[in-house]
Design a protein around this ligand. Structure first.
Ligand code: PXP
Length: 239
């Protein structure tokens, strides 16, 4: 059964809409844990548009499940990660103008840059996961980098129209997941997963971790975060 990592960035997004102190992602992480989250995920962006340094600092102290820091290959952020030592760093591409992370890292083009960051993090004792498009060429590169895990970008699946188009994206995820497993890498997935589309992805063989943010935080506005997390956890665990 996959672990559920709850991404709390959008709690901070609401706080930053007014540049105030509430809602506090630290509270959100505690409620997510109460709802059964196996991990708390947060993205410290270069532009600090949602999560702030203070959030990461406090969450490192208070989170009792896995703390997963999403981050770009940016010197300042790498330094913060090496000092803060999250339980896992997930390397993602980052562009200032994007609304959310748009695609996976391109290891075919950025291999050396990513390799250097992986080395720094691993030397600091931080295991690394790479956020990659479901493309076997990217997985081959990841295996050469000897990272611990790969998070498959599920955005194309999530955006596909339900029916044959979505099924084709699911089949591609399943095929690439097999390549991840055969490469000896731990399999994660995330982006765009919702209460409606999560089950087939959660059922992919040996899926170890799903990272889900927007859909859970959106539901939390209606039903509360603890309940929203519990409902997602139940879906993720359906066999
Ligand atoms: N995984 C990664 C690497 C991400 O960048 C994001 C978005 O921050 C997510 C998972 C969660 O995506 P969503 O908010 O669409 O659930």
């Amino acid at each position: 059964m996959p672990l559920l990592g709850v991404n709390i960035d959008h709690v901070a997004t609401v706080r930053q809409a007014r540049r105030t102190y509430e809602p506090d992602p630290v509270w959100a992480a505690a409620l997510a844990e109460l709802g059964g989250a196996d991990g708390i995920t947060l993205h410290l962006r270069e532009d600090r548009r949602h999560i702030a340094d203070r959030d990461l600092r406090i969450l490192r102290e208070t989170v009792t499940v896995k703390l997963n820091l999403e981050m770009a290959c940016n010197d300042e952020i790498v330094e913060i990660a090496c000092k803060t030592k999250p339980d896992q760093a997930t390397l993602v591409p980052e562009r200032r103008e994007e609304i959310t992370t748009e695609g996976g890292l391109d290891l075919c083009r950025q291999r050396e840059k990513v390799a250097a960051v992986v080395r720094r993090l691993e030397e600091a004792g931080v295991p690394v996961s790479l956020f990659l498009d479901p493309d076997p060429r990217q997985i081959e590169e990841a295996a050469r980098l000897k990272v611990q895990a790969v998070e498959l970008h599920t955005g194309r699946y999530a955006e596909a129209r339900p029916g044959p188009a979505q099924l084709a994206e699911l089949e591609n995820l399943q095929a690439v997941a097999a390549v991840v497993r055969q490469s000896g890498l731990v399999l994660h997935a995330g982006h765009g997963l919702t209460y409606r589309n999560v089950i087939p992805v959660a059922r992919i063989a040996e899926m170890h971790e799903l990272n889900i943010g927007h859909s859970i935080v959106a539901r939390a506005i209606m039903v509360g975060l603890e309940t929203a997390v519990r409902e997602m956890k139940r879906l993720v665990e359906i066999r």
